[in-house]
Design a protein around this ligand. Structure first.
Ligand SMILES: Nc1ncnc2c1ncn2[C@@H]1O[C@H](COP(=O)(O)OP(=O)(O)OP(=O)(O)O)[C@@H](O)[C@H]1O
Length: 540
């Protein structure tokens, strides 16, 4: 036993640790830089870059590290590159780690919900802002455990540097054992030293995970058990959240229920229709055609929406409503036809050529087309307030104070000022959708597109979202195009209904007229099927 402790504190072995850490740091640091480049190449739109990165991955993941180390130390000098042993071992380890790290990075990026990326695009974020503010923060959080694994594996793999005579821990242990024949004590001591190092890496990993944990309750006394890896959302946080729910039960928001639902009288509707008819055109789609493979999803569709008008898109599932909305915001390319928003061909330059993703994002931000999605698509790592204020700062250059003031004002308007600091996953579906509406309204869009805003909600949550939309239409006179299956809501709020079937508008006209007296048999059949459409009393 005393020999074991002697070896454990022996300077000869301890100095070996220094070289072990040096090779590991070179391998991990270099692997991270190279891995970032490889991941970027693999995710690139240019197939040649992606192919080169894939070929690299196949070669360096498919050949043994020991061979790569020997190659770096013994073969490179033949082409005039003579590296010191530590550097050669570190380089080989970096080249070997890079493809694994690249795959980790790629998985992290691809794992971020595509809906959030689409929402970011709709808000006018450039690819760089999207990566920096939406994708990377979420990807990094999911990658920490895998990166911890990779660090431990790099530390252990550094022992292979002994084949190129790097005097690291394993080589020194072997040399010592060969000269003293005390194999048991030496290897036991050396194994324990490795364990201490890997434990330190695991501790760093857990600390970083804790730092980045979105559910971490700030400033609260924590118990040791909270730091264990399986404690993702600790009981304390859950209890706090439960307490919030009990203390502050979410009513149908007072602001939305205090006054009776808004509705226009027949005379008001007539006046409104006359005013709208004199307004400029806000959105115009002409002969819009879009295919997915052999399937024609939009078939020469024409639609004109005037400033201040609310148009409800109705139609059976798959008739092209969502696709039309996505084309208006140029989130989707189309095959033929034109789309103009505020007179501008969104997504095309003066010369008629498509804009780059960055220019398209800037144009989206300046034209001002807000979009609300069926699945809410809130940024999962940001609070309700930050979901609204963040894009205002990053896209529209607002100061933090102004952006937060605007966010607070909008949250108040949708009845959610009391949940401003909540993460999306701690909000109900109806609350999430109201935050999403507030986020879309924040930059004062000229047009708001709503893609089935209530279809992912439980029936009892539908009314609170519809009431917010109703107020936007009637109080604010916002131009809106709403894809919906809520017939009664469309009747009350929309100025005009457009009925889609097979990618074309087969009937359109004043909402009440089309909905009560449809002329096209397909519209009539659809409406009779939708008779079962039940809207909660509260919104009638
Ligand atoms: N990315 C895609 N790739 C291939 N086909 C698609 C894609 N997106 C939509 N489609 C197809 O296009 C058609 C129209 O889809 P879209 O979502 O626009 O319909 P919708 O009227 O909004 O339907 P719903 O009311 O169910 O949302 C559907 O047949 C759908 O399967």
């Amino acid at each position: 036993m005393s020999l074991f402790f002697h070896y454990l504190s022996m300077p000869y072995l301890l100095e070996g640790i220094e070289l072990t850490l040096e090779v590991t740091a070179l391998g991990l640091g270099g692997g991270l830089i190279l891995g970032l480049i490889l991941a970027g190449m693999q995710l690139s739109r240019f197939w040649l870059l992606a192919a080169i990165a894939r070929a690299y991955t196949v070669i360096f993941r498919g050949t043994p590290l020991i061979l790569q180390m020997v190659f770096a130390y013994d073969a490179l000098p033949h082409i005039g590159i003579k590296l010191p042993a530590v550097l050669a071992a570190g380089l080989a380890l970096a080249c070997n780690e890079a493809p694994f790290i690249a795959e980790m990075l790629r998985a992290g990026v691809l794992g971020v919900d595509r809906g959030q990326v689409t929402a970011g695009q709709a808000l006018g974020m450039t690819p760089r802002i999207l990566m920096w503010r939406v994708i990377a923060p979420q990807a990094i959080r999911t990658m920490i455990p895998a990166f911890g694994n990779e660090a431990v594996s790099a530390l252990k793999n550094s022992s292979l540097a002994s084949v190129v005579a790097v005097q690291e821990l394993t080589l020194r242990s072997t040399q010592l054992a060969s000269s003293t024949f005390d194999f048991f004590s030496i290897f036991f001591a050396s194994g324990l030293l490795y364990l201490v190092l890997t434990f330190a890496i695991s501790a760093i990993q857990l600390f970083v995970e804790w730092l980045l944990d979105l559910d971490r309750a700030k400033g609260r006394q924590r118990k040791l058990a909270d730091y264990l890896p399986w404690r993702r959302v600790d009981l304390g946080t859950k209890l706090e959240l439960a307490a919030i729910a009990v203390d502050d039960p979410e009513p149908a928001p007072a602001e939305l229920t205090a006054t009776p639902p808004l509705a226009l009288t027949r005379e008001e509707r007539t006046r409104r229709a006359a005013t709208i008819a004199r307004n400029n055109i806000a959105v115009e789609a002409r002969d819009l055609t879009k295919r997915y493979g052999a399937q024609k999803v939009l078939d020469g569709l024409d639609l004109t929406v005037r400033v201040g008008e609310v148009v409800a898109l109705l139609g059976p599932s798959g008739s092209g409503k969502s696709t039309l909305l996505r084309c208006i915001n140029h989130l989707e390319n189309w095959d033929a036809g034109t789309v103009r928003v505020g007179g501008r061909r969104l997504g095309f330059g003066e010369n008629g050529k498509p804009l780059s993703p960055r220019d398209l994002a800037n144009e989206r931000a300046s034209v001002g087309v807000g979009m609300v999605f069926q699945q809410f698509n809130l940024f999962a790592h940001l609070s309700a307030r930050e979901n609204i204020a963040g894009p205002l700062r990053w896209v529209h250059g607002m100061t933090r104070i102004d952006a937060e003031r605007r966010a607070t004002e909008l949250l108040d308007r949708v009845g959610l000022s009391h949940r401003a600091d909540a993460l999306p996953r701690h909000l109900s579906g109806g609350q999430q959708q109201r935050v999403a509406i507030a986020r879309a309204l924040a930059p004062n869009p000229s047009v708001l597109l709503l893609d089935e805003p209530t279809s992912a909600l439980d029936p009892e949550l539908v009314s609170e979202v519809l009431e917010v939309i109703r107020r936007l239409a009637i109080d604010d006179g916002l131009t809106m195009i709403i894809s919906t299956h809520q017939i009664r809501f469309a009747d009350e709020v929309a100025d005009r209904v457009a009925f889609l079937s097979g990618g074309a508008i087969i009937e359109e006209g004043p909402a009440h007229e089309v909905l009560t007296n449809p002329r096209n048999p397909l519209t009539a059949r659809f409406l009779s099927v939708m008779e079962a459409d039940k809207i909660p009393e509260a919104v009638r």
